[in-house]
Write a protein that binds this ligand. Structure first.
Ligand SMILES: Cc1cc2nc3c(=O)[nH]c(=O)nc-3n(C[C@H](O)[C@H](O)[C@H](O)COP(=O)(O)O)c2cc1C
Ligand SMILES: CC(C)CC(=O)C(=O)O
Length: 328
């Protein structure tokens, strides 16, 4: 995936402040990613510094990185240069958090526990800039520039030779804009439902995006489409790949495994997904990943959910990314 050999079509997606799950935080995730043979997307807003995360890597270990763009663009440029110098293969620019979603449980937590140090890009303690009274996410979200928009794409491409992708695309139109802007791909995601409640998960957006890209003249392999959100079983990976995804990201399963059993728990979690994926492949007659095609899944009920949603949630939201901020 994006030039990195992987033991299955899966990567660990960026999750900020991994020390909240376990004292070994991102360092344990880096180590598990190597053992499991999958890439880890280093988060910008990590609890360990970039140098500490890179220091935990084995020689030759391949990485992705996630980017939250800072209002001070030179700060982001410096960070990106550091990632590139470290050999990071692809940069995923998060485009679905220009405004923080309303996270009521988090707001009540106050974010004062030990071990919740906030690192910004590469190790400066961002302590002075942080309001800790409204939860973890609010405390660190001031780092993110809400004015990021499509006009910034040429700048993003100009500051690095790494592949640049958008993380948090929700519709075919935005995927086509990203493709036409010369980006390397997109992650279809609703940010794990943490940003805009009731919007569609990536898997539901995937068929629409693949069709829009095909109509725009995009050839297979020219633009990589990934999905994250709710990937919990090997069958979920299978379905995403069948519908055209290059691979999937997992976030919370990594944190749950980390919190429960540390780094080795994450390796075990990947093994479980790998075993399940292999079982589904065998039982559905796909001998290798290339042969997991859309003939093997039905999409007629794609938007139906096994767990009935409350009626007021039945209408799904969708969004376009990188738009000017609304004002009331
Ligand atoms: C605790 C937590 C922190 C997250 N932090 C980030 C982040 O810093 N940057 C980002 O782009 N996405 C972040 N995400 C979103 C994930 O990358 C991913 O889109 C989402 O969790 C869906 O995957 P999952 O259902 O496997 O968790 C975070 C998610 C969680 C749960
Ligand atoms: C500051 C937040 C937006 C970090 C994040 O991406 C998340 O918690 O989902």
């Amino acid at each position: 995936m994006l030039g990195i050999p992987c033991s299955l079509p899966l990567y660990f997606t960026a999750t900020a402040l991994a020390k909240l799950a376990h004292q070994d935080g991102e360092v344990a995730i880096v180590k598990a990613a190597f053992k499991a043979g999958v890439p880890y997307m280093l988060p910008t807003l990590s609890s360990y510094t970039l140098d500490e995360m890179l220091g935990a890597c084995e020689p030759g270990q391949e990485l992705y990185a996630q980017l939250y763009v800072n209002p001070e663009r030179s700060r982001s440029e410096q960070y990106v240069r550091k990632l590139e110098a470290a050999g990071v293969k692809a940069l995923f620019v998060t485009v679905d958090a220009p405004q923080l979603g309303r996270r009521e449980k988090d707001m009540r937590s106050k974010f004062t526990q030990q071990g919740s140090d906030v690192q910004d890009k590469d190790g400066d303690e961002a302590e002075g800039e942080v309001d800790r009274s409204q939860g973890a996410a609010r405390a660190i979200s001031s780092y993110i520039d809400p004015s990021l928009n499509w006009d910034d794409v040429p700048w993003l491409k100009s500051i690095t030779k790494m592949k640049v992708l958008l993380k948090g695309v929700q519709c075919g139109e935005d995927a086509v804009l990203a493709y036409k802007a010369g980006l390397a791909g997109a992650v279809l995601s609703n940010h794990g439902g943490r940003q805009l409640d009731t919007c569609r998960p990536g898997i539901e957006v995937l068929p629409e995006v693949m069709e829009a890209l095909r109509e725009a003249g995009c050839k297979p392999g020219e633009f990589s489409v990934f999905v994250d959100g709710g990937i919990r079983r090997g069958a979920d990976i299978f379905k995403a790949v069948a519908l055209g995804a290059t691979g999937v990201g997992v976030g919370r399963p990594v944190l749950y495994a980390l919190a429960s059993y540390g780094s080795k728990g994450i390796v075990r979690m990947v093994q479980m997904l790998q075993d399940e994926l292999q079982m589904v492949m065998r039982l559905s007659g796909a001998p290798n990943v290339k042969m997991i095609t859309d003939k093997l899944v039905l999409t007629t009920n794609l938007a139906d959910h096994i767990v009935p949603l409350p009626t007021d949630n039945l209408t799904r939201l969708t969004y376009q990314s990188l738009q000017p901020a609304a004002r009331l």
